[in-house]
Design a protein around this ligand. Structure first.
Ligand code: GLN
Length: 310
């Protein structure tokens, strides 16, 4: 690459600014009001160097990008066997809010869809932990990954909670199958708070770089999780992070990733780099439209496809 990285990143954003397709998520009223012009990206290497462009410090709610990181915390808190007993690792091929359960066990198919993420949230902070401890665990763990103190956006959280009927319905189904055994409304409130944690693309890139570095936060140098946890989380992201577009994403982009309805996408290339993008307008799968185009460019221009051999 002859051009310096920051110039290249600016050029990528500029080349895609004209793409105004898609639409903000509107089932959470506060997200519908987000400025669709916002556009930012950041890359952090496993050596801890960050390159950023556009709206790199604009905060937005993490939403479903919280799922792989909460999954990592649950694996740490409860161990592999207990977590796998509750949530599978198979791609569902369905939308994020489908009730995709496995036939015999009734486990949610994976932790990247809502049913699996709600179950994962309920596993946080050890057996018997209450709703506040679970949220606290998510906020402090994500803060360690980002290297700064993160907080919940109360307006977005309240806005989603006021119409969280579908997630409540998913959780009540999980409760009837014995997958959840907690008070359903407080699990959904906690899960919704986890989704409303504010991050920037800079934060996302550092959080992802921690996975890429096998669990060592590359800026603070702190070991945040074992390499086996990081590997497991990245593998599940590759299989299921992009919901019903996961196969298309893995073949075309080839970067394990996770999207959120606020417009963020996080991507991770093991041993190399963590990537964060933000643009609120979504495609029909609920993935950020311009974010996806950025990932396609990076994959093509920088040879970032996991399976590329050139
Ligand atoms: N909080 C959102 C929900 O549970 C997250 C969904 C998403 O980002 N895809 O519906």
């Amino acid at each position: 690459m002859k051009t310096p990285v920051p110039d290249y990143l600016d050029e990528v954003l500029d080349s895609l600014r004209g793409d105004t397709g898609g639409a903000n998520a509107d089932y959470i009223p506060e997200l519908a009001a987000a400025d669709p012009e916002r556009f930012g990206m950041a890359l952090t290497t496993t050596l801890g160097r960050t390159y950023a462009a556009g709206d790199a410090d604009t905060e937005f709610t993490i939403q479903s990008i919280s799922k792989p990181f909460a999954y990592a915390a649950a694996l740490i808190d409860r161990g592999h066997d207990r977590v796998l007993e509750a949530v599978g690792v198979e791609p569902s091929g369905e939308a994020f809010n489908e009730l995709s359960l496995e036939g015999e066990t009734h486990r949610p198919k994976n932790p990247m869809i809502n049913a699996g993420a709600i179950t994962t949230h309920a596993l946080l902070a050890g057996a018997g932990a209450g709703p506040d401890a679970r949220v606290e665990r998510a906020v402090t763990f994500f803060s360690r990954l980002a290297g700064r103190d993160l907080r919940v956006d109360e307006r977005v959280c309240a806005s989603e909670l006021a119409s969280a009927h579908r997630n409540l319905a998913l959780a009540y189904m999980l409760r009837t199958y014995g997958i959840l055994d907690d008070d359903v409304p407080s699990v959904i409130e906690g899960y919704t708070r986890q989704c409303a944690i504010l991050v920037s693309v800079r934060d996302l890139s550092v959080m992802a770089a921690t996975l890429a570095a096998g669990g060592i936060q590359p800026v603070t140098g702190e070991r945040v999780m074992d390499p086996a946890v990081a590997r497991h989380v990245m593998a599940v992201m590759a299989a299921a992070g992009m919901y019903d577009a996961a196969g298309d994403w893995l073949t075309r982009v080839g970067i394990p990733a996770k999207s959120g309805v606020a417009g963020g996408i996080v991507g991770v290339l093991p041993d190399l780099v963590g990537i964060g993008t933000f643009s609120p307008s979504l495609d029909s799968h609920g993935n950020s439209r311009r974010g996806r185009l950025v990932f396609e460019r990076l994959s093509r221009d920088m040879g970032m496809h996991l399976f590329s051999s050139d």
